[in-house]
Design a protein around this ligand. Structure first.
Ligand code: DX5
Ligand code: ZN
Length: 217
């Protein structure tokens, strides 16, 4: 499978969200990455249900909802109703991760777990078989436009080994600081879903920036 590209609308122009979503619809992007921040799990607040529902109304591609929130169980159904196709919760925010993952699946969504840069892949040993996707954070979550953390490559190696042993169909997503300079190495290291915020939306030619991430040279 060739890798998937998920532009993050955190970096979009919220006053022109429909325009930016139509750009994504007409591009080589595969998913729309939707960052939910609650000011508790992460220091920043992004947006909530009405913006997700408005996004769903105009997006033709699946919504990949990244929940950077405490107690995500309280809101899974509401995000599903707002239009989430996949939901990713943080390992660090879920004391009953197995229950949370089952709840996401029962809603009919693709279930993912995100790891902060300091959280070892080995902690997923007993949940990996239940997951559709693991998200390796390549920045500390909370803000777009941060610098890529190189230890991500080592974590990709670890997750590739774990996936080969216990869940060969696992999707491996990388989020934070992804651009033309590192995408090839990330894909070679085993990433197959790449999130890109600033490297897409700060580009003068956004569809071309997406195409270049999809077909790196
Ligand atoms: C960071 C978010 C990312 C962010 C990526 O907390 O989870 O999805 O939007 O933005 P860039 O690509 O600009 O680092
Ligand atoms: Zn994200």
């Amino acid at each position: 499978m060739s890798h998937l590209i998920a532009p993050s609308i955190l970096a979009a122009d919220f006053a022109n969200l429909q325009r930016d979503l139509e750009m994504i619809n007409n591009s080589e992007a595969d998913w729309v990455h939707v960052d939910i921040m609650d000011g508790m799990f992460v220091p920043n607040i992004s947006f909530g249900f009405p913006v997700v529902a408005a996004t769903k109304k105009h997006a033709t591609k699946p919504l990949d909802v990244h929940l950077m929130i405490v107690e995500p169980d309280r809101y899974l159904k509401a995000f599903k109703d707002a239009g989430a196709d996949g939901m990713t919760v943080h390992y660090e925010a879920c004391p009953h991760l197995h229950r949370t993952i089952q709840a996401i699946k029962e809603l009919g969504c693709r279930a993912g777990v995100a790891l902060n840069p300091h959280t070892p892949v080995a902690l997923l040993e007993d949940i990996i078989a239940d997951l559709d996707m693991v998200l390796i954070m390549s920045v500390n979550p909370g803000f777009g436009g941060q610098k890529f953390i190189p230890n991500t490559y080592k974590k990709l190696q670890d997750i590739k080994e774990l996936s080969a042993r216990k869940n060969p169909n696992l999707l491996i997503e990388v989020d934070g600081g992804v651009d033309q300079s590192n995408i090839q190495q990330l894909v070679a290291a085993g990433a197959n879903v790449l999130v890109a915020g600033n490297s897409v939306f700060s580009s003068a030619n956004q569809p071309e920036a997406i195409a270049n991430l999809k077909n790196p040279k």
